[in-house]
Design a protein around this ligand. Structure first.
Ligand SMILES: [Cu+2]
Length: 122
């Protein structure tokens, strides 16, 4: 027969277990260009490094430039044992502010998303 304190302890473990899984979702750990970075030349690609392995079919980015114009991106590829999403930028980026909206599905079946931005120097 479990005591009340034992039940409390067990449910605490259960809650911590769920929180631990939440932390295990793919988090963006590093990106190039970095968030709020100013780059002198147009980057040839975007690199997004994640904490978990990704499923390429459900992972991608949307890039918008000055005046919210869509930026053409090449086919995204996975590198670094599936943890890095590499997105080619086939066209030169003109000076201005760019926003990168990313969404990924990690191989544990969880989705995460976020936004960051960088600036190409005039
Ligand atoms: Cu997860």
């Amino acid at each position: 027969m479990p005591t009340l304190s034992r039940l409390v302890a067990l449910s605490t473990v259960a809650i911590l277990g769920v929180a631990g899984q939440a932390l295990a979702h793919a988090q963006l750990t590093k990106n190039v260009p970095a968030d709020k970075a100013t780059v002198a030349t147009s980057p040839a690609e975007l690199d997004l490094h994640f904490s978990e392995e990704l499923d390429i079919k459900f992972s991608g980015v949307k890039v918008t430039g000055p005046d919210k114009a869509m930026v053409k991106t090449g086919d995204a590829m996975l590198m670094d044992e599936g943890k890095t999403l590499m997105v080619p930028l086939p066209e030169m980026l003109g000076p201005g502010a760019y926003a990168v909206e990313w969404h990924v599905l990690s191989t544990d079946g969880h989705k995460t998303n976020g936004t960051y931005g960088f600036t190409v120097k005039p």
